[in-house]
Design a binder for this molecule. Structure first.
Ligand code: G6P
Length: 491
């Protein structure tokens, strides 16, 4: 029996730009989901045919979607892009997925004003349903083929309805079909999730529960999901015993049992280290090292994303400089943020806030000999890897984060060992917490104090902690993350 693996995610592994001569140039998609899935699939393509279904995001993608020969092949993975109408896509992606679901799971609403579920939202929601249906239809089309063993891997909050819609589309005729849904984000506590209109909250849970296997990066997010299944759907939940990350819980809903499990995603260490040895990264290592002039480096690397808590991180650095003058002239903070979701006004405003506080810090503490802070809003992957290689302290302080890759990549790339100041609200805190300095992301003073401790740490302790962090990141390679999910569908 042939095994086929179908992956479904909003953003795909490749995106196309249309050249003036009508040719399409492909570029790899960004973000942790893509990196983890691409690396995880490398081990799968030897045994299974893999097709990755994603939305067409750019004009080039929309053309590629209709020119199967033009494309979209990424290594041995076949890519199928869905040309969903721009209005439907905008409502589903920007309004529902990014403005409502992302905000819900990351606790980002300014609740005196937001959210407001009125008539406009109901149009957005109808588009979200249509967008999910387009994915379910494409998956059903791909799943056709008698006798095959089909494994479907549905990714993230954009596609919560897909497992249910796919089963409905296939009727009873779904043969050997196993569906897994994986959330790369946190999951909201039940009391916060209840902000969603009742039918919406129920539909999202009901959609995901049509999968056989549901995965999260950390136990706390899986537990919150189970709480919502009980509180919002009245589903019967059997919790996993013990605190072991691999333990599996079960949800009984509409006569179907769904497994809920934890699959942390770490780093493909050999691939990352090989990338970091390339000339472009080495050139940045040289330039950044020279600019630092022997001072200690506090590094952060994020998307310009509200949940990443960059403004409070900068406030903590300001407080460090204000309360610990011994670091004046001795430290430089490199804050590299790459642009993200600029279609949303809140993201543009947040980027402005970051720039404002950065200017204030430079004006307050900078001298002709010392620039205390470099904030750059630009996507420069080789430079980010170089900054990780040089960091003495890595600051990762999200309000909430499904996992967080930078917290893991930093120690893996670090040349002298780096101390990690890590939010207790990142999924990575579950695996890395023991060797990091954990902080409450809202507590600016505590974060400033942790930065001080990290800077003051002895070289030996920093190296030891960094090695332990890197070993933990290496213990959860993407091949394991994906392999365990596929094995659960076979078990
Ligand atoms: C991050 C999150 C993923 C999410 C992705 C979407 O990588 O960890 O859970 O799917 O962002 O980002 P996008 O830029 O496609 O909106």
């Amino acid at each position: 029996m042939r095994q086929r693996v179908l992956v479904a995610s909003n953003r795909g592994p490749v995106s196309y730009e249309l050249g003036p001569d009508g040719t399409l140039a492909g570029r790899r998609g960004g973000g942790g989901l893509i990196a983890g899935m691409t690396s995880g699939l490398a081990a799968v393509v030897a045994q299974a045919e893999v097709t990755w279904i994603c939305a067409a995001l750019s004009d080039g993608d929309r053309i590629a979607a209709h020119r199967p020969e033009a494309a979209p092949a990424d290594g041995q993975v076949r890519v199928r892009m869905l040309d969903i109408s721009p209005e439907t896509f905008d409502r589903a992606y920007n309004q529902v997925a990014n403005s409502i679901l992302w905000f819900t799971h990351h606790l980002l609403f300014d609740t005196p004003n937001q959210p407001q579920f009125g008539r406009e939202f109901h149009l957005d929601w109808a588009a979200y349903v249509a967008y999910n249906q387009a994915f379910a239809d494409a998956l059903a089309d791909e799943a056709a083929g008698p006798g095959d063993r089909i494994r479907v891997l549905v990714q993230d909050y954009h596609l919560s309805l897909v497992p249910r819609l796919l089963r409905e589309k296939l009727g009873g005729g779904d043969g050997d079909l196993g569906i897994a849904h994986f959330s790369h984000t946190p999951w909201a506590p039940a009391d916060y999730y209840r902000l969603l209109p009742r039918e919406v909250g129920q539909a999202l849970l009901d959609g995901i529960l049509a999968a056989n296997h549901v995965g999260f990066h950390a136990r706390c997010w899986a537990d919150a999901f189970l709480d919502c299944c009980e509180a919002i759907l009245g589903a019967r939940v059997t919790r996993a015993a013990g605190g072991d990350g691999d333990a599996t819980a079960r949800v009984m809903h509409r006569g179907h049992v769904t497994e809920v499990a934890v699959h942390p995603l770490g780093v493909d260490v050999p691939a990352l280290q090989a990338r970091a040895r390339a000339d472009d990264v080495r050139a940045h290592v040289g330039a950044l090292g020279q600019a630092a002039g022997g001072r200690k480096l506090i590094v952060r690397i994020d998307r310009t994303e509200l949940s990443k808590n960059i403004v409070r991180g900068l406030a903590a650095y300001r407080e460090l400089l204000a309360t610990r003058p011994q670091w004046h002239g001795q430290v430089v903070h490199l804050a590299f943020a790459y642009p993200s979701r600029s279609a949303l006004p809140q993201y543009r405003a947040y980027t402005d806030q970051m720039a404002l506080i950065a200017r204030q810090i430079t004006e307050e503490f900078g001298t002709p000999e010392w620039n205390p802070l470099v904030l750059e809003v630009k996507d420069d992957y080789p430079r980010s890897l170089a900054a990780c290689a040089l960091a003495d302290v890595l600051l990762v302080n999200p309000i909430r984060d499904g996992m967080n890759l930078v917290a893991q990549e930093g120690p893996v790339l670090s040349e002298r060992g780096c101390a990690l100041v890590l939010s207790r609200e990142a999924g990575a805190a579950a695996t890395l917490g023991e060797h990091a300095l954990l902080v409450n992301p809202y507590d600016v003073s505590e974060t400033a104090e942790a930065l001080h401790q990290a800077l003051a740490m002895t070289d030996a302790e920093r190296r030891e902690r960094s090695a332990a962090l890197a070993a933990t990141a290496a213990a959860w390679p993407p091949a394991r993350w994906l392999g365990d999910q596929l094995a659960s569908l076979d078990g």
